[in-house]
Ligand binder design. Structure first.
Ligand code: ATP
Ligand code: MG
Length: 252
């Protein structure tokens, strides 16, 4: 089961991603939790040890590994390197969970960074198309890590949207990017909903049949975020609506 989560900055991508990851681990299902947002904070929202999260090297920074995998020259696309060892050695493990940071794609003078970017693409291809584990990708609104090739592996793209004009506008932009990548199932998740007006605003602004849930504003989530605590230690800690979103994303 491979799920991607996107939306405007601050909309709640990492919160929803972390809750989904916990749905998998609470069901003892192996899952990769992937921080693919350059402004990375998924590890902390998951409640992992901050020092370990800090010390984990983003994959794009693994120059030594990237050079070794690319020893023969050429691009990764041609070489199709075996990157299973990277997934074993550069991830933080906690029970059924494996956490990794992608790091931002290298921009500018793209030729010089071709190796790094195609290395990330090889990792995503392996995780999304070859490996049996579930994947939850916490992505920025640009979803720039995905290509048409890797997007084929995504079962559902969840677009987290706050009830604001800017939130809706970003959600539409993400929806267009997903259409370009031919992602079949793009679902909206309303977040930080306080009133019936919030809910009505969202379903009147975006295709209502594609909403898979409305998550209420929660003081508890904010409190835990302030204290740097993880969000979920049992099913009872899941935000209202989350389990349904999980089941829908999993196609049940
Ligand atoms: N349902 C909710 N109720 C209350 N607070 C929430 C809720 N969802 C998220 N938040 C809070 O909103 C803030 C942003 O959430 P989060 O970090 O998940 O968003 P994000 O989209 O990942 O942000 P960024 O773009 O910075 O990565 C956090 O302080 C989080 O605790
Ligand atoms: Mg985030």
């Amino acid at each position: 089961m491979k799920i991607a989560v996107s939306g405007k900055g601050g909309a709640g991508k990492s919160t929803v991603s972390a809750q989904l990851v916990r749905c998998f681990t609470l069901h003892q299902m192996p899952v990769f939790a992937v921080d693919a947002d350059p402004d990375a904070n998924l590890g902390l929202v998951l409640g992992l040890d901050p020092e370990k999260v800090d010390n984990l090297r983003p994959l794009i920074e693994l120059q030594d590994v990237i050079s070794a995998k690319n020893a023969g020259g050429g691009s990764f696309v041609d070489l199709n390197p075996d990157v299973d060892d990277v997934l074993d050695n550069y991830t933080l493990r906690e029970g059924a969970l494996r956490f990794l940071k992608m790091g931002g794609l290298k921009q500018g003078g793209s030729a010089c960074y071709c190796k790094e970017n195609s290395f990330l693409n090889a990792i995503l291809t392996t995780m999304l198309l070859d490996r049996p584990e579930a994947v939850v990708l916490d992505m920025s609104a640009g979803i720039e890590h995905l290509t048409r090739g890797t997007a084929r592996g995504i079962k559902a793209m969840l677009v987290v949207v706050e009830p604001s004009r800017a939130g809706v506008s970003t959600a539409r932009a993400v929806d267009h990017l997903c259409a370009d990548l031919e992602i079949e199932q793009v679902l909206f998740v309303g977040n930080k909903i306080r009133t019936e007006e919030d809910r009505a605003y969202l379903v009147n602004s975006l295709p209502r049949e594609r909403f898979t849930g409305m998550i209420p504003f929660s003081e508890n989530v904010l409190d835990r975020a302030r204290r740097g605590e993880g969000l979920v230690s049992s099913m009872a800690d899941l935000l209202p609506g989350l389990e349904k979103i999980y089941e829908m994303a999993c196609g049940r």
